[in-house]
Design a protein around this ligand. Structure first.
Ligand SMILES: Nc1ncnc2c1ncn2[C@@H]1O[C@H](COP(=O)(O)OP(=O)(O)OP(=O)(O)O)[C@@H](O)[C@H]1O
Ligand SMILES: [Mg+2]
Length: 252
């Protein structure tokens, strides 16, 4: 069954002075999928996300997010999309629960409804016992879990996650990746997951995009990319191997 596109870009381009951060980018995310967004440092992933969210304007080209133009309909897009930025921001002087209450109010969820949602979300990400702690005292892993809880409160149709496992230990990385998979499976969110952790991306992504120098040089399910690049069909493939092959060819 062919799924319908929920995110599409058409020659999306962003210049910062003489730097071309995103270069004529055209790619698609299908409704319901987990899209693994890969690429080396500085390849333009975060800039792409910022344009999809209407947080920065493209220099050229366009994007469509659930039928909306993020430049023209920035507020509507922000309402519909959950976003975990590279540097997660919470109010440090509020505790975990208060931060979630704040998010619920921002999203016009009435208090009687949000109270039980917050309890449920804290339980689901294993923060129930630490919910009254000020976020200033949260470890990195706890902040990432609170960010997942935020998505469970907002329940967006789409979630854009910019390196949500950065700096986590292996156990924390696996845990957060499991939560992300559950957002897709149990909450039916479409997920754009930018990450450098190829093992975890391989574990949960339906399709993969590899961005290098502002261009998407490969896009599709891992099996398709492995077939294209390595000519293999039936052996166990690692995303690591496929990624390095694409990367080497571009660097040659
Ligand atoms: N606000 C900015 N002003 C000027 N240049 C910028 C700005 N933001 C990004 N860039 C440049 O645009 C290019 C793409 O950066 P971007 O942050 O999108 O990469 P990335 O793929 O997210 O990298 P990373 O994996 O390190 O997070 C880089 O050359 C970067 O220096
Ligand atoms: Mg980035």
């Amino acid at each position: 069954m062919k799924r319908s596109a929920i995110v599409e870009t058409d020659h999306l381009t962003k210049h910062y002075g003489t730097t071309v951060a995103v270069d004529e980018l055209s790619f698609t995310i299908n409704e319901g999928e987990i899209f693994g967004f890969l690429g080396p440092n500085g390849s333009g992933k975060t800039t792409t996300l910022l344009m999809l969210l209407g947080l920065t304007e493209p220099s050229r080209g366009s994007a469509s997010v659930a039928g909306l133009n993020p430049t023209r309909d920035a507020i509507k897009v922000k309402r519909m999309v959950g976003y975990i930025p590279e540097n997660i921001g919470f109010y440090d002087d509020m505790n975990g629960k208060e931060n979630l209450q704040f998010i619920a109010r921002l999203n016009n969820i009435p208090d009687p409804v949000s109270t039980s949602k917050i309890e449920e979300a804290l339980e689901r990400v294993g923060l129930k016992d630490e919910a009254e702690k000020k976020v200033a005292a949260f470890s990195r892993g706890m902040r990432q879990r609170l960010a997942i809880a935020e998505l469970l409160i907002k329940e967006p149709r789409l979630a854009f996650l910019d390196e949500p496992t950065l700096g986590l230990d292996p156990e924390g990385t696996t845990l957060i990746t499991d939560y992300i998979q559950s957002l897709s499976k149990d909450n039916h969110m479409t997920i754009l997951l930018s990450s450098h952790d190829l093992t975890q991306v391989q574990r949960i992504a339906d399709r993969i995009g590899i961005m290098i120098h502002g261009k998407m040089i490969a896009e599709g399910p891992l099996e398709k990319l492995a077939h294209e690049k390595l000519g293999v069909e039936d052996r166990e493939i690692s995303l690591d191997e496929v990624y390095m092959k694409y990367f080497q060819e571009v660097s040659e």
